[in-house]
Design a protein around this ligand. Structure first.
Ligand SMILES: Nc1ncnc2c1ncn2[C@@H]1O[C@H](COP(=O)(O)OP(=O)(O)O)[C@@H](O)[C@H]1O
Ligand SMILES: [Mg+2]
Length: 286
């Protein structure tokens, strides 16, 4: 069987397979045997408290960090220990929307989106132009904005351009780190609608780190919960909200969570579940 990065992928095999992952910084253990399997074509939301190791896990799946122990395979190919040429091919098959520094401030909208294509040094400028304009259309940005600089764009437009850049190599797999953070509710909702429609159209697998409950409820097929250095739960929302753990109760069954769950396309039944105690009147409001 070929081990070429463009062919290895068995039917029914997870697109991402994380097994027994340990992460330690000094004497601080972040992950203590974390497992995660992501299915082809699903939207998986990764949630967990601040410092629970969500970003670190995502960076390990992207091959940007190496775990102390454990294995990460993407498209059926082990990341750690594969030759550099294989990793380079794998990287072309995913797109990433980072939370911070979504765009290069010194490059125009056009040049930001063109960057991953130009880096491959395989395409002429006519082709690059066609691809960039196509991706601008895809994220609903008018072509007249192509020459603008990131500093001339609204937060919502920056996210859309960053999404266009993440999609420019036509990936099968997309990673989104806090895609709606910093957007007002209207922009956030329209960005979520855009992600949902692209995910269906392009049959993308999406791995998303977010703490935005409305985004989680409207996009996710399954939720992965990191807590106590483990993968506490991995399943559909209706199952995950029933996990008896303080993080789950506080996150999903607080006031905002309950509101989001009730607004789900298929409302999630939470009858009989213990809710977190309401904040005391002395607690200051965030
Ligand atoms: N390079 C690093 N060196 C030392 N500690 C780190 C490093 N990266 C992350 N950490 C620590 O690991 C923990 C998990 O971080 P992170 O993955 O960013 O959490 P999350 O994204 O869930 O908020 C945090 O306590 C963080 O301070
Ligand atoms: Mg983080």
């Amino acid at each position: 069987m070929s081990t070429d990065a463009s062919t290895v992928q068995h039917a029914g095999a997870p697109i991402i397979d994380v097994r027994g992952l340990w992460t330690q910084f000094g004497d601080h253990i972040v992950h203590r045997g974390v497992d995660l399997q992501v299915r082809t074509g699903e939207v998986l939301s990764l949630v967990g408290g601040s410092g629970s190791g969500k970003t670190t896990l995502m960076r390990q799946i992207l091959g940007l960090e190496t775990p102390l122990r454990g294995e990460v395979s993407v498209f059926g190919i082990p990341l750690h220990g594969s030759p550099a040429a294989t990793l380079k091919k794998i990287r072309k098959r995913w797109g990433v929307l980072f939370q911070e520094g979504a765009l290069y401030s010194a490059l125009s909208v056009f040049d930001n989106i063109a960057l991953p294509l130009r880096e491959l040094r395989a395409f002429d400028e006519d082709f690059i132009r066609d691809m960039v304009l196509l991706k601008l259309d895809m994220v609903d940005i008018e072509r007249r904005h192509a020459r603008k600089m990131p500093s001339d764009l609204s937060g919502g437009m920056i996210k859309r351009v960053a999404l266009a850049r993440a999609l420019v190599l036509e990936p099968e797999l997309v990673f989104l780190d806090e895609p709606t953070a910093g957007l007002d509710p209207d922009r956030s909702e329209s960005f979520v609608t855009l992600i949902a429609s692209l995910q269906r159209q392009l049959q993308l697998t999406v791995v998303m780190v977010t703490h935005d409950l409305d985004t989680i409820v409207s996009l996710s097929d399954r939720i992965a919960v990191l807590a106590d250095q483990k993968m506490l739960a991995l399943g559909p929302l209706a199952e995950v909200v029933r996990v008896d753990h303080a993080f789950v109760r506080n996150f999903f069954l607080g006031e905002r969570g309950v509101r989001a769950l009730a607004a789900a396309a298929t409302p999630i039944d939470i009858t009989g579940l213990q809710r977190p105690a309401p904040p005391s009147p002395h607690t200051s409001i965030e």
